[in-house]
Design a protein around this ligand. Structure first.
Ligand code: SF4
Length: 438
C-alpha cells in the first residue's frame, strides 16, 4: 500500500468547471490520494478543460501541451477531462498520444472510479486508511478555509438550444441536482469557511418543475445562519427571471447583483440565435432589477453574429448607454463547428467582428468611467477575498468573485472572509482602491 501518491487539478473555463473540479477533488481524496499544490510534483495531473469559444479552446490546447512537456521531465500521468475532451476525444487521441486518460463531462461523477480503474497502482489496494482520509479531508478544508466564497452547482446541461452554443452538445440536456445534495454542498462549503455561495448552472432559472422550487431553494439557503451572501448566477432573461426578481427585492441575503446574459438586443439577431427577448423587454427586466437601489448588473453580449447589420450594432450601443450595465462580458462571435450558427451564410470577417466588439467596448468604458466617478467617496458592504503583506483584496457585494472588479486596500490585520464596508477612493479601468472599514 502506498499512501504518498498525489494529484493536482488544473481548472480552465467557467465557475461550473470549478464546481466540477471541486467534486472530483473530494472523491479522489476519499480514495486516499493526496492533493498536491504543484502540478510538477503530482503523480496524476488532471486538466479540466473548456472549449466554449475559440479562445478557450486555444488556452486548453496550450495548457495540455505545457503539461505534455512537464510530463517528459516528471513522468507523471496526464489526465484530460471536461468539455474539450468530450468534444474532440477522437482528434485528441490521435494528435496527443502522450495523454494517458481522457474522458468527457458526462463522466465527471465517476471520475474517481475511472481514474482508479486505469491507474490502480496509484491507489490503495484496500479500503482507504481512515486516519489518512481524515488527514486528507482536514488538509483540504484547511486549504478551502482560505476562500471567502464557494460555487455550488444546482444543475447541468441546457435545453435552450441557442444556435451559437456548443454547451448542450457537451453537457447534454438540462438536469438538476437533488435539493438535498445542493444543501449538503452549501453546508459543506460554509463549514469550510465560505461566507458567500454562488449558485451556478447553465440555466439557473430552469431549476425545478416550477419557479416556486427555485424560490424555495433560494429561501432555504438564505435561512442558513452562517451564510452571509447568496449569489444566483446565469439567470436567462425571460419572464420567469422577471418574476424571480421579486425575491431579490425582498431577501437581503441575496447579493445586490443581477447577472442575466442577453447576448444581443436586436430582435432579428436574437431570433436567428434562437433566443427570446428584445430590447424593450430587456430594458424592463433591468429596470425591475434596479428597483433594488444598491444592485449592479452584469450581462453578456456577442457581437458580429452572422447577418448582424450596422443598425443592430447601433442598437446595442444605445442599449448600453441607456441601461448602463456595470459589468459587461463582451465576445466576438466565433463560429463553433457542430452548431447551427456555424452553417449560417453572411458570416462576417474576423476584422469586422473585432471592430464591432471595440465599438461596444468603448461605449461601455465611457459608461463605466461615469460609474466609477460616482463610486468615489461611497461605502459599500464588502468581503475580504485575499490578504497580502502590503495590500489586500476586498470585494463589494455588488461584484462576483473571479469575474468582476475588486478593491485594493492597504489595511493590515484583515482576515479572509471578514465582512465590513469599503470606502472607495480611487479607480483604474476596472478595479478600485479604497479603505476597509471594519
Ligand atoms: S442558454 Fe443558450 S448560451 Fe446558455 S448554455 Fe444554454 S444553449 Fe448555451
Amino acid at each position: 500500500m502506498n499512501s504518498s501518491h498525489s494529484f493536482h487539478i488544473i481548472t480552465l473555463g467557467c465557475p461550473k468547471n470549478i464546481a466540477d473540479s471541486s467534486k472530483m477533488e473530494e472523491s479522489l481524496l476519499r480514495c486516499g490520494l493526496n492533493l498536491s499544490s504543484s502540478p510538477e510534483k503530482s503523480d496524476l495531473l488532471i486538466i479540466n478543460t473548456c472549449t466554449f469559444i475559440t479562445e478557450a479552446t486555444n488556452e486548453t490546447i496550450e495548457t495540455i501541451l505545457e503539461a505534455v512537456d512537464l510530463k517528459k521531465k516528471s513522468n507523471q500521468k496526464l489526465i484530460v477531462v471536461g468539455c474539450f475532451a468530450e468534444r474532440y476525444s477522437k482528434e485528441i487521441q490521435e494528435e496527443i498520444p502522450e495523454i494517458d486518460l481522457l474522458f468527457g463531462t458526462g463522466k465527471y461523477s465517476q471520475a474517481d472510479e475511472i481514474i482508479r480503474s486505469h491507474f490502480p497502482e496509484y491507489f490503495q489496494q484496500k479500503r482507504p486508511d481512515l486516519e489518512l482520509l481524515k488527514r486528507n479531508l482536514h488538509l483540504t478544508s484547511k486549504k478551502k478555509n482560505n476562500s471567502s466564497f464557494a460555487y455550488v452547482k444546482i444543475s447541468d446541461g441546457c435545453n435552450r438550444g441557442c444556435h451559437f452554443c456548443i454547451i448542450p452538445t457537451l453537457r447534454g440536456s438540462f438536469h438538476d441536482s437533488p435539493k438535498e445534495e445542493i444543501l449538503q454542498d452549501v453546508h459543506k462549503a460554509l463549514s469550510e469557511g465560505a461566507k458567500e455561495i454562488c449558485l451556478v448552472s447553465q440555466d439557473t432559472v430552469f431549476y425545478g418543475k416550477s419557479l416556486d422550487e427555485l424560490s424555495n431553494l433560494i429561501q432555504t439557503i438564505t435561512e442558513i445562519e452562517d451564510l452571509k451572501i447568496l449569489r444566483p448566477l446565469y439567470l436567462y432573461p425571460d419572464k420567469k427571471t422577471y418574476k424571480l426578481l421579486d425575491l431579490f427585492l425582498t431577501n437581503e441575503k441575496i447579493a445586490p447583483y443581477f447577472e442575466s446574459p442577453i447576448q444581443h438586443v436586436s430582435e432579428k439577431v436574437l431570433k436567428s440565435m434562437n433566443r427570446i427577448g428584445n430590447k424593450n423587454f430587456f430594458i424592463d427586466l433591468f429596470k425591475k432589477a434596479r428597483q433594488r437601489k444598491d444592485l449592479e448588473i452584469r450581462t453578456s453580449i456577442i457581437m458580429g453574429y452572422p447577418g448582424e447589420t450596422a443598425k443592430d450594432v447601433d442598437e446595442v450601443i444605445q442599449f448600453i448607454q441607456e441601461v448602463k450595465p456595470e459589468k459587461l462580458a463582451l465576445f466576438g462571435f466565433s463560429p463553433q463547428e457542430g452548431t447551427k450558427a456555424y452553417l449560417l451564410s453572411e458570416q462576417l470577417e474576423e476584422q469586422e467582428i473585432s471592430h464591432r466588439v471595440n465599438l461596444v467596448r468603448e461605449a461601455h468604458l465611457e459608461v463605466l468611467k461615469e460609474i466609477h466617478i460616482s463610486r468615489i467617496g461611497e461605502t459599500y458592504p464588502a468581503i475580504v477575498d485575499k490578504v497580502g503583506k502590503k495590500e489586500s483584496i476586498v470585494r463589494r457585494f455588488q461584484d462576483a468573485p473571479e469575474m468582476d472588479e475588486v478593491v485594493y486596500v492597504k489595511n493590515s490585520n484583515l482576515k479572509v472572509g471578514q465582512i465590513g464596508k469599503v470606502l472607495i477612493d480611487n479607480f483604474s479601468e476596472y478595479d478600485m482602491d479604497g479603505v476597509f472599514l471594519e
